[in-house]
Write a protein that binds this ligand. Structure first.
Ligand SMILES: Nc1ncnc2c1ncn2[C@@H]1O[C@H](COP(=O)(O)OP(=O)(O)OP(=O)(O)O)[C@@H](O)[C@H]1O
Length: 575
């Protein structure tokens, strides 16, 4: 991360150039004010125009040079900064991806968004208001001291001392005040983003339960807290600016007080009194930003700590080896698999054992919370089991990288995410270069043709974020089409027909079973009707396999499966 903060060679060169240009801007300002002061004072004595010509040219030159240098400095410093921020964003996203879903599950979405967007954005002040001003101040102080040593040696130490007091002592004093303020703004902003994200996601529920006013009050409360924190921060930066200006004015007065006796004693031409005063004032342009540097450093440190808190986490399921996953003939087996979400919490799965070979159809059924989706998460290496073993072709699954393991699965998850893109693009996510015939085939297999035909722009119709512009059943069928298009050797379908009417469900299931062919199929479902074609059914209860067998065997045993199915059929008959 530290390496990333200072960027690559090109960014470093741009940053160095920005500092040099920033220093040139200040030197040009010193030259401009010094030449102007000399010109005004000398002109008061009515010399010939020829005597003033050098100063006139100097004013023009320094005036133009200052404008050009300032423009170039702003351009390069912002270019370097935004390049660095872009690198940090890319790095952060690359670090976040392997952390999902296990390490990100408990995080507030708004807070996460705040870290990725607002906290990274805050880091721009680290460069623009902290790093660059400090480097420029050092360069200007060194050059000013050298210049004064040549022109007015008696001014070197007083001016350098004034620079040091304003640029170093003041920031240290102000740092005590600003310590809380930087963290306060970051924390308050994150809480506001959290409540806003929650409110937007839950708009329908808030309206349905008449809680919009209460939620608005929560937003206003967090907004007030952020405003209070920002006001406190603004007071500190304003105080820092005021203290800097005070330091500058005192230094100018001090320089005049020191120079006046020299003028009286004839050691310094009176015309140079104004030159000294204005040149000293102009040099302060590099020192004025320093009192606020500590505030920006503290704010950046708070933002960095929040980014770091996420990225230091080790992803679940890193590859222990580089064993390549074979494309075909996959054997997947679980041997006394146990798993708990947290180290000391109760196990969600205990002693799960099964075997899956090409062409086998395995159903996993059980009550809500029995652990079915957790088992799917373990197969996809979103989590790793603590006891027992998952094997892929007789090799511990942890020998493969999570990415390569996921390649062998076509997945429909319970909460499939649809991007705010077209229906077609959402399906093509699985295989962007899919053959048009295959694409058409999966649309028909997922029984989407009629739905697509009715859409105003057909496949080019947008689904809205997370498919909010379409129904739950349509969303699930798009997810199914996406999984079928991938056509991996193992199909892992978690409630693929959720939200479908009985007739469509039966047709979709019949197609899935037909199309699966020699692929291994794991079907996770609550629907216990129509499982006659499955080779094995695992009945889970409280994370354990309480029954296993074919539908006929389980019905004959008249155990849990039989009771659950009878109850379901009764309910269907009543409805
Ligand atoms: N990320 C998580 N962290 C902690 N506990 C979790 C997490 N996800 C699920 N659980 C818990 O693990 C248990 C099993 O959940 P799981 O989602 O696997 O059940 P399920 O059988 O798929 O349920 P459903 O049929 O309702 O989808 C539940 O008690 C659930 O609360």
């Amino acid at each position: 991360m530290v390496k990333l903060l200072f960027g690559g060679r090109r960014t470093l060169l741009l940053a160095a150039l920005a500092c040099v240009l920033g220093s040139i801007t200040v030197y040009a300002n010193i030259g401009l004010l010094a030449a102007s002061a000399w010109l005004i004072c000398a002109a008061a004595l009515h010399p010939s125009v020829a005597e003033l010509s050098v100063a006139i040219v100097g004013v023009r030159f320094f005036g133009l040079a200052r404008a050009v240098a300032r423009y170039a400095e702003r351009y390069t410093s912002h270019d370097a900064t935004f390049r660095l921020l872009a690198d940090i964003r890319v790095w952060l996203y690359a670090r976040l991806e392997p952390l999902a879903p296990a390490r990100l599950a408990g995080l507030d979405k708004g807070d996460l968004f705040s870290r990725i967007v607002a906290d990274v954005e805050t880091l721009k002040f680290f460069y623009l208001r902290a790093v660059f001003p400090v480097v420029i101040a050092i360069l200007v102080t060194a050059a000013t001291a050298a210049l004064l040593a040549w022109l007015a040696p008696w001014l070197v130490w007083p001016v350098v001392a004034a620079y040091l007091i304003t640029g170093c002592v003041l920031p240290v004093v102000l740092s005590r005040l600003s310590r809380q303020a930087g963290q306060g703004v970051i924390g308050a902003r994150s809480r506001l983003h959290g409540v806003l994200a929650d409110s937007i996601d839950g708009l329908t529920e808030l309206a349905a339960f008449g809680q919009a006013a209460n939620q608005t009050a929560k937003i206003l409360l967090e907004n007030d807290r952020l405003t209070t924190s920002q006001e406190q921060a603004n007071r500190i930066t304003a105080a820092a600016e005021a203290a800097g200006v005070l330091g500058m004015n005192l230094t100018v007065i001090g320089a005049i007080v020191l120079a006046a006796p020299l003028v009286n004693g004839g050691q310094l031409d009176g015309v140079y009194l104004a030159v000294v005063a204005l040149a000293v004032q102009a040099g302060f342009e590099a020192i004025l930003p320093l009192p606020a540097v500590v505030y920006y450093l503290q704010e950046s440190a708070a933002a960095l700590a929040r980014i770091n808190a996420i990225t230091v986490q080790a992803p679940v399921g890193t590859a222990n080896g580089e064993t390549p996953v074979p494309a075909n003939a996959l054997q997947l087996s679980a041997d006394k698999l146990s798993f708990a979400y947290a180290p000391h919490s109760a196990p969600v799965l205990t002693d799960i054992t099964f075997c899956l070979s090409p062409g086998k159809r395995l159903a996993i059924v059980g009550a809500s919370g029995a652990g079915k989706s957790t088992l799917a998460g373990l197969l996809l290496r979103f989590w790793d089991c603590e006891q027992g073993m998952l094997r892929l072709n007789d090799c511990d699954i942890s020998a493969y990288s999570p990415e390569s393991v996921r390649q062998i699965f076509s997945v429909v998850s319970q909460d499939t995410y649809l991007f705010n893109a077209t229906v077609g693009d959402n399906i093509l996510l699985a295989k962007p270069d899919a053959d048009p015939a295959d694409f058409q085939a999966v649309i028909e297999a997922a029984m989407l043709s009629e739905f697509v035909d009715k859409l105003p722009q057909g496949l080019a119709t947008r689904t809205g974020q997370n498919g909010l512009a379409i129904s739950g059943g349509e969303r699930q069928r798009i997810a199914l089409a996406r999984a079928l298009l991938k056509n991996a050797p193992v199909w892992l379908l978690d409630e693929p027909t959720a939200g479908l009417d009985a007739q469509t469900e039966a047709a979709v299931m019949a197609h899935i079973l037909r199309a699966a062919g020699s692929r291994a199929l794991i079907l996770i479902t609550h629907r216990l009707v129509g499982l006659e074609d499955m080779d094995e059914i695992l009945v889970l209860a409280d994370g354990q396999v309480v029954e296993r067998g074919t539908a006929a065997e389980l019905l004959a045993a008249q155990g849990t499966f039989y009771q659950m199915r009878t109850l379901q059929q009764d309910l269907l008959n009543i409805s």
